[in-house]
Design a protein around this ligand. Structure first.
Ligand code: NAD
Length: 330
């Protein structure tokens, strides 16, 4: 994609099982496109990228093979000379980033001890909190969370800190996870525990999908009782037509790549010449609320969905700058 973006393409390194290499390449391209939109809408001077380390079905790597795979990956990243900067993603963590860092300096998400920005998840959770406030404002006329009933589906690295922040803000929580061990967290939060299927269709004010993608589709949306959806999970819509279905049902949906940009915003601060500063990362992440308000306004004005408005905003920011008249005349 041609764009005005001057910085490198940033996106995680995913280690995942694929049936064949074509499926892995397709996934990498789809995810890289999503990262491009995410960075553009967040106003970051970065392109989008993604690295995929493909595992064959049924394979697990022992510690030595895993290290070798990440060293290979790091060497590949290094050959790209800084046009792609990698980070952690599904199936990889800060330890793997430290191995990659032995082969290249074009890696982010290193631990705070090693001068990096550490785990991005708390920033993703903070950004989703602001997206939830903006979504509540659109759906109910007020961003206040006190007394709002909210279902958080998936209590992982993002869902759990998000649920803690929501509880602190006075929301009435329903929480769900396929891992029943997380039930103890529910008790600590004073939240009601439900199965994921029940939580998705619970009679709450807002559902926050924080586990898998593809949870909003033509069978699940008619079952939703919540008038608002805003969460961290990537690719929540099974396909783009689901955005129209949500709109027809009067459900306010916060586009996932807008709501969950806090992690990438935090990593982008690590790449700034001044170096990493958690206060700058937090301030930028809080801006997600206003970005989303603008997207809801744009959608209303144009009579489209928030997905269409967010995608249009990304394209606007990616459009090559027109040459100025003076330059064009030369
Ligand atoms: P995670 O693996 O730490 O947590 C996911 C949680 O969901 C786990 O507790 C898991 O048991 C649970 N889960 C899995 N399948 C489920 C199901 N069907 N129903 C209910 N719960 C289920 O992942 P995470 O880092 O918290 O990320 C959550 C989502 O947010 C993912 O879609 C991820 O791509 C997206 N995301 C994360 C970040 C980040 O900074 N971590 C940034 C952007 C987007």
């Amino acid at each position: 994609m041609h764009s005005t973006v001057r910085g490198p393409s940033l996106g995680g390194c995913r280690m995942w099982t694929y049936d064949d290499s074509r499926a892995a390449v397709r996934d990498a391209l789809r995810l890289a496109e999503g990262m491009t939109y995410k960075s553009a809408v967040a106003g970051l001077p970065l392109g989008g990228g993604k690295g995929v380390i493909m595992l064959r079905p049924g394979t697990t790597l022992d510690a030595r093979a895993r290290k070798a795979a990440f060293l290979d990956f790091g060497e590949t990243v290094d050959r790209l000379g800084g046009t792609y900067v990698t980070a952690e993603d599904v199936g990889t963590g800060p330890k793997d980033m430290s191995v990659i860092a032995q082969a290249t300096r074009h890696v982010t998400g290193l631990s705070r001890r090693r001068g990096g920005s550490g785990d991005p998840s708390p920033y993703t959770a903070l950004g989703v909190l602001h997206a939830i406030e903006a979504t509540c404002e659109r759906a109910f006329g007020s961003p206040a969370l006190e007394g709002r009933s909210i279902a958080v589906v998936g209590l992982g690295h993002v869902g759990l800190p998000l649920a803690r922040r929501l509880a602190k803000a006075g929301a009435k929580l329903v929480v769900a996870d396929i891992d029943r061990a997380k039930r103890e967290e529910a008790a600590r939060l004073g939240a009601r525990w439900m199965t994921p299927a029940k939580a998705m269709t619970a009679a709450v004010d807002l559902v926050a999908p924080c586990a898998l993608g593809g949870v909003l589709h033509h069978d699940s949306v008619p079952e939703l009782q919540a008038p608002a959806v805003a969460g961290a999970a990537n690719n929540q819509l099974a396909d783009e037509s689901v955005a129209e279905l949500l709109q027809r049902r009067g459900i306010v949906w916060a586009p996932d790549f807008v709501a969950n940009a806090g992690g990438i915003i935090n990593i982008a601060v690590e790449l700034e010449p001044a170096g990493y500063d958690p206060r700058r990362a937090e301030a930028r992440t809080r801006e997600i609320g206003d970005t989303l308000r603008r997207i809801f306004d744009d959608a209303e004005r144009a009579g489209t969905t928030p997905l269409a408005a967010a995608t249009a905003l990304a394209h606007e920011r990616l459009r090559p700058a027109r040459p100025s008249r003076r330059r064009a005349a030369r």
